[in-house]
Ligand binder design. Sequence first.
Ligand SMILES: *Cc1c(COP(=O)(O)O)cnc(C)c1O
Length: 401
Amino acid sequence: MTAAEVPVPTALMTEPDATGRFGNFGGRFVPESLVPACQELEAHFRAAWADPAFRKRYEDVLRDYAGRPSPVTVCENLSSALGVKVLLKREDLNHTGSHKINNVVGQGLLALRMGKKRLVAETGAGQHGVATATAAALFGLECTVYMGEVDMERQELNVFRMRLLGAEVRAVRSGSRTLKDAVNEALRDWVATVGHTHYCLGSVMGPHPFPWMVREFQRVIGEEARAQCLEILGRDPDYVVACAGGGSNAAGTFAGFVGTSAQLVGVEAAGGSALGARGVPGVLHGMRSYVLQDEFGQVLEAESISAGLDYPGIGPEHAHLAEVGRARYSSADDDEVLDALQLLARTEGIIPALEPAHALAWLARAARQGEVPAGSTVLVTMSGRGDKDAEQVMKLLGDRL
Ligand SMILES: *Cc1c(COP(=O)(O)O)cnc(C)c1O
């Protein structure tokens, strides 16, 4: 691309352009058969999001069912340990234990508004599958979740949870039998059943309008957090940090602070860092973004202890924020993450999920190395609680405790 072709940056974290692009990323790279479904969804989402009655219903459900607003906790002990003032946005306290409920409530209500009777979803670790099954139960929708066979073995308990909630879990036996194959199967199902089915995608990825729509349904994290920070600190934090798999909790958080002077930091898993050294621009799952690929353009498996961050790409808006320099992206490795998880547990009595422990691990390192200066104020999004990971952490730490 020559300099003349580089699009002029538009206002950040608003609507993508008419083709669904955030700068050089995003778009709608789907087979002809999926275009009408994406267009229908875009039109309905645009209308719903501009409709005060829809917004009110969404906000009511998030308050009365999911438990919003989630608090911001000032962590005095952790702050003393790190030498920076740490505030946590407590998405771990939501019903079902993470930020994922915000997105599935939004998409569930949208499905009802569109007259759809059924949700399909992809899931890797099973967290988005459980969240979608939850929303389907609440709204009286049928639910089918696609899950790689390998993941089904690794995450037996979540498979059971989904079935308990009334969802059908379909094993995906193609490719590497993990998350990226489950996305492909869910897209295939959607094309064939679009008359009565909505595809409830789990992060800020996929073809337009998903990255935009999911960010809007997660924007509540950042908007609440900004107001809470102003209340607590009397000003905006110096840093705003969130983990990024597909990037939805980070996008929702950043959306509340993109217009402030706060430095925005997304933290990927070292083994799944699409914006790190091994990521290259490419097309995956209907979008153009950074993707982990080998020299032949084959998509690589992301690998980390955190199943929720094992996505070989990242949402296109993050690629754009990185390119224009408004946010930066770093990573944390498995050992740092286990240390950070224990640090938060012991200093604050909060056991985080492995995913947000990446954000804490980055902060611990950056504070120690002076990259985040002593005395800075830092908001970290605690995207989920650690119950789901306790057994895995127990095995990893073994005799060390
Ligand atoms: C699924 C999940 C993530 C990763 O998803 P994003 O779309 O990157 O937010 C992070 N944290 C928790 C607790 C999750 O369940």
